[in-house]
Design a protein around this ligand. Structure first.
Ligand SMILES: Cc1cc2nc3c(=O)[nH]c(=O)nc-3n(C[C@H](O)[C@H](O)[C@H](O)COP(=O)(O)OP(=O)(O)OC[C@H]3O[C@@H](n4cnc5c(N)ncnc54)[C@H](O)[C@@H]3O)c2cc1C
Length: 267
C-alpha cells in the first residue's frame, strides 16, 4: 500500500504580493511555501504510514526549484519524491496540470490499496479543480473537503465538511481525497530528516520530464502546456485594501451601530 501526495509550491501571500505590469504574479520576487492544504494532505498520509507502515510518495509539477519543497516533505517523513518538470509543461492551466500530474501518477503506479491525497485548493490559483480533475482522469472515486480519515481494510471512512455540517462517506481504495487544513496539525521536519533529505543516495530526486511521460495516453501536445490549456487568464489584479474596521465596545453596540448608520443616512 502507498499514499501519493500531490503538493504544490506557492508564493507566500502572507507577505507583499508582487504583480508584474502585465498583471501576472511576479513569482520570482516572492518567497515560496508549500501550499497549506497540501501540508495537511501530507500529514494525513504520514499518519497512515504511522498506522500501517505504508510508503508515502510526494509529487509536484513545477520548475526545478520546487525540488527544495519536495526535500522538505522528505524531512517531514515522506519516502520518495517525484518532480514533474519540463518546458513542455509550462503555461498549463488546471486542465493541463491535472492531465500531466495524472500521467505522473500513472508512472508512479497505483495499486488496489493506494490513496492519492491532494490539498483542497492552492492559495495562488485557488480553483480547487486539480484534485477532482486528477481523480476523473485516473478513473478514481474521490471525496473532497476531507476533515477526518479512518482506514478499515480496503475502504476508508471519511468525514467530508459541508458549509453547515458534515457528511460521513465510505470509499473503496484506490481513491483520491482532497484535504482541508483543518484536518490536522502538520508535523515539523525532524532533525534527522533535515540531515537526510539532501542525501541523494537515500532519497534520489526522481525527475519526470516530457520524455518520461510522453507515452502515457493522457499526454498529447494539445493536452499539455499553453497549447493544451482551454482557459486563459484574461486579467488579474490586486483588490483594493479594505478600510480599517471599527470596534463598538460600549454597553449597547446595536444602538451605537444604528446611530452611526443613521448619521451616514444609510438607515
Ligand atoms: C484560467 C487559468 C489560466 C492559467 N494560465 C496559466 C498560465 O498560462 N501559466 C501558468 O504558469 N499558470 C497558469 N495558471 C495557473 C495554473 O493553472 C495553476 O497553477 C495550476 O493549474 C494549479 O491550479 P490551482 O492553483 O488552482 O490548484 P488547485 O486546483 O486549487 O489545487 C488543488 C490541489 O491540486 C494539487 N495541485 C495543484 N497544482 C499542482 C501541481 N502543480 N503539482 C502537484 N499538485 C498540484 C495540490 O494538491 C493542490 O492542493 C492558470 C490558471 C487559471 C485558472
Amino acid at each position: 500500500m502507498k499514499a501519493i501526495v500531490c503538493v504544490k509550491q506557492v508564493p507566500d501571500t502572507s507577505g507583499k504580493v508582487a504583480v508584474k505590469p502585465d498583471g501576472t504574479l511576479d513569482r520570482a520576487s516572492m518567497a515560496t511555501i508549500t501550499n497549506p492544504d497540501d501540508l495537511a494532505a501530507l500529514e494525513a498520509a504520514l499518519r497512515l504510514k504511522d498506522a500501517t507502515g505504508c510508503e508515502v510518495d510526494v509529487v509536484t509539477m513545477g520548475p526545478p526549484p520546487a525540488e527544495g519543497m519536495l526535500r522538505e516533505c522528505i524531512a517531514r517523513g515522506a519516502d520518495k519524491a517525484y518532480l514533474i518538470s519540463g518546458r513542455e509543461f509550462g503555461g498549463s492551466d488546471t486542465f493541463a496540470t491535472s492531465q500531466i500530474v495524472a500521467a505522473g501518477i500513472n508512472v508512479i503506479g497505483i495499486g488496489p490499496e493506494d490513496v492519492v491525497f491532494c490539498g483542497r485548493q492552492a492559495i495562488d490559483g485557488d480553483t480547487a479543480q486539480v484534485g477532482p480533475q486528477i481523480a476523473e482522469k485516473l478513473h478514481l472515486p474521490q471525496v473532497s473537503y476531507v476533515a477526518d480519515i479512518q482506514k478499515e481494510g480496503n475502504s476508508l471512512t471519511v468525514k467530508r465538511m459541508l458549509e453547515d455540517g458534515y457528511m460521513m462517506v465510505k470509499v473503496q481504495t484506490p481513491c483520491l481525497l482532497t484535504c482541508i487544513k483543518e484536518l490536522n496539525e502538520p508535523r515539523y521536519m525532524s532533525v534527522n530528516g533535515i540531515f537526510e533529505c539532501y542525501d541523494n543516495e537515500k532519497h534520489p530526486m526522481i525527475v519526470l520530464d516530457y520524455a518520461a511521460l510522453k507515452d502515457d495516453p493522457l499526454i498529447e501536445v494539445d493536452t499539455i502546456g499553453l497549447k493544451g490549456s482551454p482557459t486563459n487568464v484574461f486579467k488579474s489584479f490586486t483588490p483594493p485594501q479594505k478600510g480599517a474596521g471599527m470596534m463598538l465596545t460600549g454597553d449597547a453596540p446595536a444602538a451605537d451601530l444604528a446611530g452611526i448608520l443613521a448619521k451616514k443616512h444609510i438607515i
